[in-house]
Design a protein around this ligand. Structure first.
Ligand SMILES: Cc1ncc(COP(=O)(O)O)c(C=O)c1O
Length: 405
């Protein structure tokens, strides 16, 4: 039986595309049903109702003023290939269901691994799952009992430690926000040491030369990992190639749609064997945390093919220049103090008189600046995830907010 819902409809898809090309304004009164409708209204009517809600109501991450979070805009080549993915619904769990997609994932991992001194890995939905996968391999290969990470490490490290039934040791950071190596236990023979390359709060990169001190070293490079592909910034990750495993979120500075992440291993065959299960209905082992999973490597490969390394680096470098520009402006403002030197495009600032950050953020456009806390103190935070941001547009708004302060 032919069912038109499963056949590409040119008018329907053009209607969907039009809403992307000319975004509708946000709907004030979402007209969504409160209960599951018994009778459907059809695809075109659904798109008409959803466009102002889903597109009109969304936060636009490539807008000139978007400079608050680690979430980038995505290139259109990734939208097109994600659309292909949705229409094809491949499943990398079984080779029968992904004759091409599996090779594409292997290829993209092979392209990227050498930048980190790793010999392979696989894609994940993000660094939360990558971190869990890495520590799982560390536990089962090296008999890790304890996970050691700085107090600025991402919550997913403590979460993974908990899930794996391991002990967690939080190590203090120094005044620059890096893991304080003088506070590390001398015996790390049964420990996985987690170093962060770009802390979530402040973008601080731990001393990666500490790798090899512990039985296993994992680098959580969710944010800063892509800097390795930029000639200008690669040296900030010096030492990363000594790690046993590395997490990177492709939906941060690789500009990918969520959910896209990667886990890399120095010795992938061994690591994969530790995180694999067989299954009677599978012809190949199920590697990693996920069961069914889609072809998220396709948009990443397409982005890297269309931009090349230099095109990716140009966008990363541009975002970093925006951070440097904003940093310089804040640095010369008489009312402002800054946290540390910024190295990976995350800027923390606040007025010298520290109270009332909430009232400043209320005067700034939503999505331009966020709030975070370091050592119990609040900071305003800007993040260079958007290479299309316009600091000349944002700066007068920050100045105005500070004037009234
Ligand atoms: C340092 C760090 N690690 C891990 C994560 C979690 O990554 P994801 O959101 O891709 O799961 C983040 C998220 O911001 C992060 O900043």
């Amino acid at each position: 039986m032919t069912d038109s819902s499963f056949i590409a409809s040119r008018p329907g898809l053009e209607q969907a595309l039009e809403a992307v090309l000319v975004p509708p304004s946000g709907s004030e009164q979402p007209q969504l049903p409160n209960n599951l409708p018994n009778k459907g209204i059809g695809e075109e009517a659904t798109l008409e109702i959803l466009a102002p809600i889903v597109i009109g109501g969304a936060r636009h991450l490539g807008a000139p003023g978007a400079f608050a979070h680690m979430d980038p805009p995505t290139p259109w080549i990734s939208w097109a290939t994600t659309f292909w993915n949705a229409s094809l619904n491949q499943n990398l769990l079984h080779p029968d269901l992904s004759p091409v997609a599996k090779d594409i994932e292997r290829r993209v991992i092979d392209w990227l691994s050498p930048f980190y001194g790793m010999d392979g890995g696989h894609m994940t939905p993000g660094s939360t799952v990558s971190n869990l996968t890495a520590l799982w391999a560390a536990r089962d290969l090296n008999g890790i009992k304890i996970v050691v990470a700085s107090d600025a490490s991402h919550l997913s490290i403590a979460k993974a430690t908990h899930l794996l039934g391991l002990e967690y040791l939080s190590v203090a950071t120094d005044t620059s926000g890096r893991l304080d190596d003088t506070k590390l236990p001398t015996d790390l023979s049964n420990a996985a040491l987690v170093l962060t390359a770009g802390t979530t709060n402040a973008g601080v990169i731990d001393n990666l030369q500490l790798a090899e001190r512990a039985s296993w070293t994992h680098v959580d490079a969710a944010w800063s990992g892509p800097l390795r592909l930029s000639q200008k910034h690669a040296s900030k990750l010096e030492g990363i190639d000594k790690a046993d495993s590395i997490s990177i979120s492709a939906h941060k500075l690789f500009f990918q749609p969520k959910e896209a992440g990667m886990i890399f291993f120095r010795a992938t065959e061994k690591a994969h064997s530790a995180v694999s299960f067989g299954g009677s209905y599978l012809s190949v082992p199920n590697v990693g945390v996920l069961g069914s999973h889609g072809a998220i490597a396709v948009p990443l490969l397409a982005t890297l093919m269309s931009w090349g390394q230099s095109g990716l680096a140009e966008r990363i470098d541009r975002a970093m220049v925006l951070a440097e520009t904003l940093w310089s402006k804040l640095d010369t403002h008489p009312k402002v103090e800054l946290f540390g030197p910024q190295s990976s495009g995350v800027i923390l600032w606040r007025p010298h008189n520290q109270s009332g950050l909430g009232s400043i953020i209320e005067r700034l456009p939503i999505g331009s600046t966020s709030i975070t806390s370091v050592d119990g103190k609040q900071w305003l935070r800007n993040v260079a995830a958007n290479p299309c941001a316009d600091i000349d547009e944002l700066w007068p708004k920050i100045e105005r907010a500070l004037k009234k302060y």
